[in-house]
Design a protein around this ligand. Structure first.
Ligand SMILES: C[S@@+](CC[C@H](N)C(=O)[O-])C[C@H]1O[C@@H](n2cnc3c(N)ncnc32)[C@H](O)[C@@H]1O
Length: 272
């Protein structure tokens, strides 16, 4: 595992928590997986990602902002391809390495600590890219897309999901989304514009907000169902704050102010 000193918003605490059995139980309820995931990609959506990436055994997949290996490790397991996982927090990457070993796929998995905005790889090293809810967790969205384009060859496929504010919101509602959504949920311009500017063509864009809302609701239901053990773990006040935060996010999606989109993009012959 190589290392990097680049910093990002603090996910390390989430990954310490995400390996605990009580939190894995919630993850299983909300997303149908137990990798220590912090995005909203469900087990079911992984099948759709696999299909849209057309991943097979010969693929070279880079999962950016891979966290503890969700969903990159499952994509690798289901397809048999080689997988490179890249993120910044070392505790997440260690968790991913342990999971790869448990799943008997360490020989096909490379784990790298680094930033998606300055990828430590040669040009055209990969032919598939995935990232789940990463662009809404960092400010340098264009840079990440440009770097993604640099490390793949023309016609390579990239699948990603992203959470974003709806267009045309009144200022106060937009500010509520910025305060309540993921750390860098706001975007200057639009994702199609950023993709075009970085050498990607949008093949498809699917609104997966309902699935996102349903996952959040299952998480809230799971918190209620396991309230005592979670309060022992986190403290009653922190547990209540976490649940209310998720309920606020549900309300934003319900009234159409925040959404989650899933993109499939194809690398064009320009690099932007
Ligand atoms: C919502 S989490 C998703 C993690 C994982 N893919 C999952 O589905 O559980 C977003 C991830 O983006 C990572 N991230 C943020 N800024 C980054 C950057 N500049 N380079 C690489 N990863 C970054 C965070 O560390 C975090 O693990």
């Amino acid at each position: 595992m190589s290392s990097s000193s680049t910093s990002c918003c603090d996910f390390a605490g989430s990954y310490d928590l995400s390996r605990l059995p009580e939190i894995k139980k919630l993850e299983q309820a909300a997303l149908g997986c137990d990798y220590g995931g912090t995005s909203w990609t469900t087990r079911q959506q992984v099948d759709a990602i696999l299909e849209s990436l057309q991943l097979g055994t010969s693929g070279r997949l880079l999962d950016i902002g891979s966290g503890a290996g969700w969903p990159g490790l499952l994509l690798g397991r289901l397809s048999g391809c080689n997988v490179t996982l890249l993120d910044i927090p070392l505790n997440a990457l260690l968790q991913a390495a342990e999971r790869a070993a448990d799943d008997g796929m360490s020989d096909r998995v490379r784990i790298v600590s680094g930033s998606g905005t300055s990828l430590p790889f040669d040009d055209q090293s990969f032919d598939r890219i995935s990232h789940s809810d990463v662009l809404c967790c960092l400010p340098e969205k264009l840079e990440l897309l440009q770097e993604s384009r640099r490390v793949v060859s023309e016609n390579s496929r990239m699948h990603f999901s992203v959470i974003l504010p709806a267009e045309g919101l009144p200022q106060s509602e937009r500010e509520t989304v910025l305060a309540t959504g993921p750390p860098f949920v706001g975007v200057d311009g639009s994702y199609p514009e950023l993709l075009h500017a970085s050498g990607w063509r949008v093949e498809s864009c699917q609104d997966v907000s309902t699935e996102y809302q349903n996952s959040l609701q299952r998480l809230v239901d799971g918190i209620h169902a396991n309230e005592d053990e979670l309060a022992d773990l986190l403290g009653a006040d922190e547990l209540r704050a976490k649940r209310e935060h998720r309920e606020d996010q549900i309300a934003l999606i319900e009234r159409g102010s925040m959404r989650r989109d899933a993109y499939l993009a194809i690398a064009t012959n320009t690099r932007g």
